[in-house]
Design a protein around this ligand. Structure first.
Ligand code: DQA
Length: 142
């Protein structure tokens, strides 16, 4: 069975409590349930890792080199915009990698328009709400 690793960065655990007009009403647990259901539908294993800490995210990306991960989906949260450490960790990992954002980052504040991880990811999904994770799961193993 193929394994998809889904990594969520800082503040994504606050889904449901965080600006619903931008991030939607679903809670983080709702997101985990949606991902679990999609994984069964697709016949894949999906592991979700969330951390508010940059180093923990780097460690988890590095561990994916040798833990049987076939594909990666990452919402690095605000680290997207400035973490060269996460960028460099992703660069080492040569599996399909999708960058995802719940909100339409290209049409929000100026600082959100720049991503330092886009160039080391295979593709990018933005502005689809939490449904974007499901689309990413469909696409990442194609
Ligand atoms: C986000 C967008 C980022 O700018 C923000 O810092 C987040 C969430 C998104 O999913 O839309 O934490 O990655």
């Amino acid at each position: 069975m193929k394994k998809i690793l889904i990594i969520n960065g800082p503040n994504l655990n606050m889904l449901g409590k965080r600006d619903p007009a931008v991030y939607g009403k679903e809670t983080y647990d709702d997101l985990l349930n949606m991902i679990g259901e999609k994984a069964s539908e697709l016949g894949v294993k999906a592991e979700v890792f969330q951390s508010n800490h940059e180093g923990a995210l780097v460690d988890r990306i590095q561990d994916a080199l040798a833990d049987g991960t076939d594909a990666l989906i990452i919402n690095a949260g605000a680290y997207t915009h400035y973490s060269y450490a996460i960028r460099d960790a992703l660069e080492i990992l040569s599996i399909p990698k999708i960058e995802i954002h719940i909100s339409d980052v290209d049409n929000r504040e100026e600082f959100r328009r720049h991503s330092v991880i886009t160039e080391v990811c295979t593709s990018r999904i933005i502005g689809m709400g939490t449904q974007g994770y499901l689309k990413a799961m469909e696409e990442v193993l194609k």
